[in-house]
Design a protein around this ligand. Structure first.
Ligand code: ATP
Length: 240
């Protein structure tokens, strides 16, 4: 399993100051799968994604993407190697148009023709964005901003999408649309997703694997369906 993994994390230790938030985190993400990271507030889920995307430097541990060691690799190099991070709060540039925001996602790509193709594909994937190309970021609804943040990541044709709380602040109908889209991207294009979600039920419904975190540690890793059905575990760590 590990030999074929797209992402392998071993013994990852990271935090914001002297005291670590992540304590020797281990996880594996197989290509073409959705792995949901779930757990209570403060468990370290966002810190994990920030560390993987290079925003935070780990003090120990190893991360490999398709077998390549990522230690010391700069953020822009991580993006070139296929890591795309959609942070909590989404990071859409409010003063730029939808089109400009999306183009930012492909700026670094040398293959201009394919970057344009990827942009067209994103517009097909998200018709509301196609209808609002010239609208500014701040004129969009919460759901449209989430689509834009996702779309911008997809324009870079990532191998691994790190998604932090895509459902935050969205109506249930929009959450369902976003989750269905992630599942479709996995099934149709083989996209690999590491998904952090407070909305545990929605996340485990579309995920292949679930990783439960508590106090900066991984306490359980199991097929998502098993986590959904394990009442004891749900009560202990997931609050439902
Ligand atoms: P949430 O869903 O509430 O964001 P989480 O599982 O994503 O929870 P993190 O945001 O990773 O958890 O937070 C883990 C711990 O790190 C918490 O104790 C939090 O207070 C601390 N922390 C988070 N961000 C910072 C920061 N910028 N500086 C210092 N400590 C931080």
């Amino acid at each position: 399993m590990t030999a074929d993994a797209l992402l392998t994390v071993r013994g990852l230790v990271a935090g914001y100051g002297a005291a670590p938030v992540l304590h020797a985190v281990d996880l594996t993400v197989a290509p073409g799968t959705i792995v949901a990271v779930v757990g209570a507030n403060g468990a370290g889920k966002t810190t994990l994604l920030r560390t993987l995307s290079g925003m935070l430097r780990p003090s120990d541990g190893q991360v490999t993407l398709a077998g390549e060691d990522l230690r010391g690799v700069a953020v822009e190099q991580l993006v070139r190697r296929g890591m795309a991070h959609v942070p909590e709060g989404r990071g859409v540039v409010a003063e730029l148009t939808v089109d400009e925001n999306l183009r930012l996602g492909g700026l670094w790509r040398r293959d201009r023709a394919d970057a344009t193709r990827a942009l067209d594909e994103v517009y097909q994937l998200f018709p509301p964005l196609a209808n609002r190309r010239r609208h500014l970021g701040h004129q969009l609804s919460g759901g449209e901003r989430q689509m834009l943040a996702l779309g911008r990541a997809l324009v870079g044709r990532p191998r691994l999408l790190l998604l932090d709380e895509p459902s935050l602040g969205l109506a249930p109908r929009v959450v369902a649309q976003i989750m269905a889209l992630l599942r479709r991207l996995r099934d149709d294009t083989g996209l690999t997703v590491l998904l952090v979600e407070q909305n545990v039920r929605s996340a485990l419904r579309i995920a292949d694997q679930g990783v439960v975190m508590a106090l900066g540690r991984v306490v359980t890793t199991a097929p998502a369906a098993r986590l959904r059905d394990d009442a004891e575990l749900r009560h202990a760590y997931l609050g439902f």
